[in-house]
Ligand binder design. Structure first.
Ligand code: BGC
Length: 564
């Protein structure tokens, strides 16, 4: 693989609405991010990914974009963004934006014109399809529940397609003129100094334009998840994305990370690597394992360390010969990892340090999600009124419809809701945790008074300072190459509470061992080693044996010439 500028870096994801509010309106903004750049830089991260900041009516928190060249005034102005790009660059940080190109907002100019009549040239930029006798064109179900089809007002039996909320009409990627507009848009942002993009929902762009539908799935209402259609058509996605790459981010050397669900070994080689459509793809395998063939939150179990480990091990091995993957523990669509993947007694700072360790040394470009570096756990939501997320609200209704009580439905959201990741970042112990001087748009974490950045800055043993050490080690000298693109070799997996793997670069070799059991354990190493970093004091290496206390993780250098 050729070495690109972004290789070896660690990325940080910001959910702008919840990061830092600079003007007291209760909503995080770009000036808040600028203010906190020293903090971001202190983590050692060099790529900053911002969730959508474009003009949007807010049907899905900014994922419904009405103007891709304007900034949502809640977040600031283009001048603020220009300043952020420049000031971040001074600190060696590149900004990447969330590019949502599989659909627009229904308030977007193109959709409004498309709606205006059959002859409008923009009509073909979206999918307008006739149903018959009051029936929708097919039986696909949106990712947020309900049909993917919405009736066009004032027209009989005419529908437009949307895979998420009805305010997010799907774009027709088969229209060449539209694809040209997308390339122009991407180039416009690259000209402004944006270093790349997170490309949203990239598997959704392929469609069977005969809209045949699919056999009903296990939900039992005759519909079938749209994701199944994506899976069926997945092999067609790369050619559409290759074209975009060719005309925009490819020649410009931009960094691209794709949100791609349903990747498998037959198509992965077309997504990553020098010839792939993207620089990298997020690894969602763990989440997908949990969601597989389940109709909604109400039917998902909680995650486990085993699910996280097995998902990552699978993807690490699959991607290693091809290119780089982007490992995650959390993002804005997931609950907090410490609550989600760990057992009850481990959902604390010690658990967060151990989990952070086994995550940080996976192969590829790791993305830390805001607050993960503090070891934030899930927020306790006491009523549905405290939830903002459109998907969570739908899931609540979904659970009630399946016979759960309100208490049970809320308990399900307390495990899975996307709002766990979206509560404002706690900065200090002042009112509203220093996030805003106004009223925060979403409730704060129940422990914000003690679990915050300022408190952790003071404590050398905090999760925050430990994350800094993790990132620093990952980038230190020859380790950078080893951890980013060196070999990944899984360790034994018989014990569901252990995550153990080996990383081997040109001149360096390390074993990463996480003991998530409740007892001290002894691990056989592949050679004599020495501890580079460990999350608890109870860790020692004697020859080829590592002794590690409960809920602890260690990074052990295997000394050259001493491996077995
Ligand atoms: C984003 C979600 C969003 C969805 C639909 C996804 O790719 O990550 O946050 O709800 O797109 O807009």
């Amino acid at each position: 693989m050729q070495k690109a500028w972004w290789q070896g870096k660690v990325a940080y994801q910001i959910y702008p609405r919840s990061f830092k509010d600079s003007n007291g309106d209760g909503i995080g903004d770009l000036r808040g991010i600028i203010e906190k750049l020293p903090y971001i830089a202190s983590l050692g991260v060099e790529i900053l990914y911002l969730n959508p900041i474009f003009a949007s009516p807010g049907a899905d928190n900014g994922y419904d974009i009405s103007d891709y060249r304007k900034i949502n005034p809640q977040f600031g102005t283009l001048a603020d963004l220009d300043e952020l790009i420049a000031r971040a660059k001074e600190r060696g940080i590149s900004i990447i934006l969330d590019m949502v190109l599989s659909y627009t907002s229904c308030e977007h100019e193109l959709f409004k014109r498309a709606l205006s009549g059959r002859k409008a040239p923009e009509r073909d930029f979206y999918y307008f399809v006739r149903g018959s006798n009051g029936r929708t064109p097919d039986n696909l179900r949106s990712f947020f529940g309900g049909s993917v089809w919405e009736r066009v007002p004032g027209e009989d039996d005419l529908y437009y397609l949307h895979y998420f909320t009805k305010e997010q009409p799907e774009l027709n990627w088969y229209n060449e003129q539209l694809r040209q507009r997308m390339s122009d848009l991407i180039n416009w942002w690259l000209d402004r100094g944006i270093a790349g993009f997170r490309l949203d929902a990239i598997m959704n762009v392929v469609k069977d334009r005969t809209f045949p539908g699919l056999p009903p799935d296990e939900l039992g209402d005759g519909s079938c998840a749209a994701a199944r259609m994506n899976a069926k058509l997945a092999a067609q996605a790369p050619s559409l994305h290759q074209e975009l790459k060719k005309h925009s981010y490819g020649p410009r050397g931009a960094f691209t990370v794709a949100e791609a669900f349903g990747l498998n070994d037959t198509i992965l080689d077309q997504f990553i690597g020098d010839e792939g459509c993207f620089s990298t793809v997020f690894d969602f395998t763990a989440r997908e394992t949990i969601e597989k063939n389940r109709p909604g939150y109400y039917a998902y179990p909680k995650g486990t360390l085993k699910i996280y480990r097995d998902g990552n091990f699978h993807m690490q091995q699959l991607t290693s010969p091809l290119g780089l993957v982007a490992p995650i523990l959390e993002n804005h669509d997931e609950p907090r990892a410490v609550s989600f993947y760990l057992d009850e007694g481990q959902q604390n700072a010690q658990g967060a340090r151990a989990l952070g360790t086994v995550f940080m040394f996976l192969r590829g470009i790791p993305f830390i999600y805001q607050g993960q570096e503090l070891g934030l756990t899930n927020t306790r939501f006491d009523s549905i009124g405290e939830i903002d997320d459109v998907q969570s609200k739908n899931e609540y209704r979904n659970a009630l419809a399946h016979g759960f009580s309100k208490e049970q439905a809320l308990a399900i959201l307390n495990v899975h809701s996307r709002d766990h990741a979206r509560t404002p970042l706690p900065w200090d112990d002042s009112p509203h945790a220093g996030f805003t001087t106004g009223r925060p748009w979403l409730k704060l974490h129940q422990d914000a008074q003690s679990l915050n950045v300022a408190a952790q800055e003071q404590d050398p043993g905090s999760v925050l300072n430990y994350y800094r050490a993790l990132v620093a080690l990952r980038k230190r000298g020859a380790w950078q190459e080893c951890f980013c693109s060196g070999d990944f070799i899984p360790g034994p997996t018989a014990d569901d509470h252990v995550m153990h793997y080996l990383r081997k670069g040109t001149g360096k070799c390390a074993e990463i061992v996480g003991n998530f059991s409740t007892k001290e354990r002894v691990f056989e190493l592949s050679g004599e080693g020495r501890i580079l970093l460990c999350s608890i004091p109870e860790a020692r290496v004697e020859g080829r044996r590592l002794t590690l206390g409960a809920t602890g993780a260690a990074v052990v250098e295997i000394l050259p010439g001493r491996s077995a």
